[in-house]
Structures are given as C-alpha cells and as structure tokens.
Design a protein around this ligand. Structure first.
Ligand SMILES: [Fe+2]
Ligand SMILES: [Fe+2]
Length: 279
C-alpha cells in the first residue's frame, strides 16, 4: 500500500516574484509561467473528471476508490490554489493568460459527454505532468538559480504529480475505458498541449520584451531539444503510453518519494488516503 497525502505547502507567496525568477533565464521563466497559467482551470477539470468517474462506478466498487479519489482531489485542489496565487503575481507583471480561456472553451462540451472521455483526457495530461516531473526532479540544475520558495513550489508539485499519476488512468480502466479512445485522446491532447504551451510561452516572452533575444532561443533549444532537453528525454516514455499494456506505475517514482521525505519541513500534511498498488 502507498499513501496519497494532501499537504499544505509552507511557503510565502505574498512577497512579489521577480520578473526573471528562474535564475535570470527568460525562456525558462516564461515556460514555467505558461504552465502555471494552465493549472487553475486545468487541474479543476482533472479533479472534476475524477469525481465524475468515481460517481459512475458501481456502488459496490466505490468504497475501494473513496480514499484514493479524496487524496487525488485534495492534491490537485491544493495545486490549483497555490498556482492561482502565483499567477496573480504574473498578472501584476503585465503577463496575459490566453491559455485559460482556450481550455475552458474546449472543455465545455465534455460536461454532457460520457465521463470516460474526460478521464482519458485527464489520464493523458497526467502522463505529461508525470514526465515533466521526472525530468525536473532528476535535473536540479534547471531550477538551481530560482528563489528557494519557487524551487520548492515546482518540485513539490512535481513530486505529487508523480505520486498520483495512476489515479485517473486506473479509474478509466475500472470504468471499462477502451485502449482506442485512450490513445485517441492522447494524440489530441499532445498536439493541443504542445501548441498551447509554446504559444503561451511566446506570448509571455513577447510581453517581457525578450522573445527575439538570442539567449532566449538558446535556452529554449537547450532545455527542450538539447541532449538533456525535456522533449528529447521524454519522447520514448511518452510513446510508451500507446502500448496496450502500458501502465503509469511501470515508470518508478523514487525521486518523488525522496524529495517529499527530504522536504518534510516545508510540508504540512492535512490528510492521507490509502492507494492499492497497481497490478
Ligand atoms: Fe497538480
Ligand atoms: Fe495531477
């Protein structure tokens, strides 16, 4: 048995955030800022999807899922709240969140659809966040120059994403979701996610006045496509999602566990939920 713990993060998000908070790197700052802009509405969708999926389970199965769903919902609700605080700083800096409106418009029709569609979309996004988390947790140098409280914010979120990466996937399977729809949604999510994150990153850089600097592009190419870059490192594990026998637990998350253990001083647990190990 493993545990899904809901944790409050003991950092001060009242103090202003410097414009290039990620070690003075304009690209990395704009990229992380873009991701953060998608979280309040995106993570609300994830937790709503999991809640709806839970309600669609036969009553005799709900007891087995109850604790895990509460843990997932609690973690995502905490993430979205904290990122909304962080995003308020970005707004004060003059950045404009165009991504949020696009997500809201795109997801609206799903409210009336079979809940497995929303769960498949959530599972696809959770695979993305887990891959990003693995990449970030394994490369402390990416956030090395960032303020300690913002390092903590991103690594805590990453660690918890890695921790709960199976929930939406398992619920989708428990509801009889098909492989064909799972991979169909992954294709759509992957395309839209990449277009949206790059578009919002470019918009942030344009507002910042750093879009056309050589240093911005050098950092972007290095961190995304370089030998140790996110897209290059994550491509093979991303493709694994298309295998019929794929399960998120096939990829271990010991860095996440270690980070959470090593940073207990900035985390205040508010509840735990038991999670049966994936078979
Ligand atoms: Fe999250
Ligand atoms: Fe998540």
């Amino acid at each position: 048995m493993t545990q899904l713990t809901v944790r409050r993060l003991l950092i001060d998000l009242e103090a202003p955030v410097p414009r290039h908070w990620c070690g003075g790197d304009a690209f990395l700052t704009a990229w992380f800022n873009a991701l953060s802009m998608s979280f309040p509405v995106g993570e609300q969708f994830f937790l709503d999807s999991v809640r709806r999926g839970f309600k669609a389970l036969p009553p005799e199965q709900q007891a087995r899922w109850d604790a895990e769903v509460k843990g997932f919902v609690g973690q995502e609700a905490t993430h979205r709240r904290i990122h909304a605080l962080f995003n308020a700083h970005l707004e004060r800096q003059g950045l404009v969140n165009g991504w949020e409106g696009r997500i809201t418009a795109r997801l609206a029709p799903l409210e009336q659809a079979d809940p497995r569609h929303a769960l498949a979309i959530t599972a696809a996004n959770e695979h993305f966040t887990a891959l990003f988390a693995d990449w970030l947790l394994a490369r402390p140098q990416v956030l090395a120059g960032a303020e300690p409280r913002l390092q903590t914010l991103w690594l805590w979120h990453s660690a918890e994403e890695s921790e709960h990466k199976c929930t939406a996937f398992d619920l989708y399977q428990a509801l009889g979701g098909s492989h064909a729809w799972r991979v169909t949604w992954m294709r759509r999510v992957a395309l839209l996610f990449m277009l949206d994150v790059l578009r919002q990153t470019a918009a942030n850089l344009r507002r910042d006045g750093t879009l056309w600097r050589w240093s911005t592009w050098r950092s972007g190419l290095r961190h995304l496509l370089g030998r140790d870059g996110l897209l290059r490192v994550s491509f093979a594990p991303w493709k694994a999602y298309f295998r019929p026998d794929f399960h998120p637990a096939q990829h271990h998350n010991e860095l996440s566990e270690r980070w959470l253990q090593d940073h207990a001083d900035v985390l205040a647990p508010v509840g735990t939920a038991s999670v049966a190990p994936a078979t």
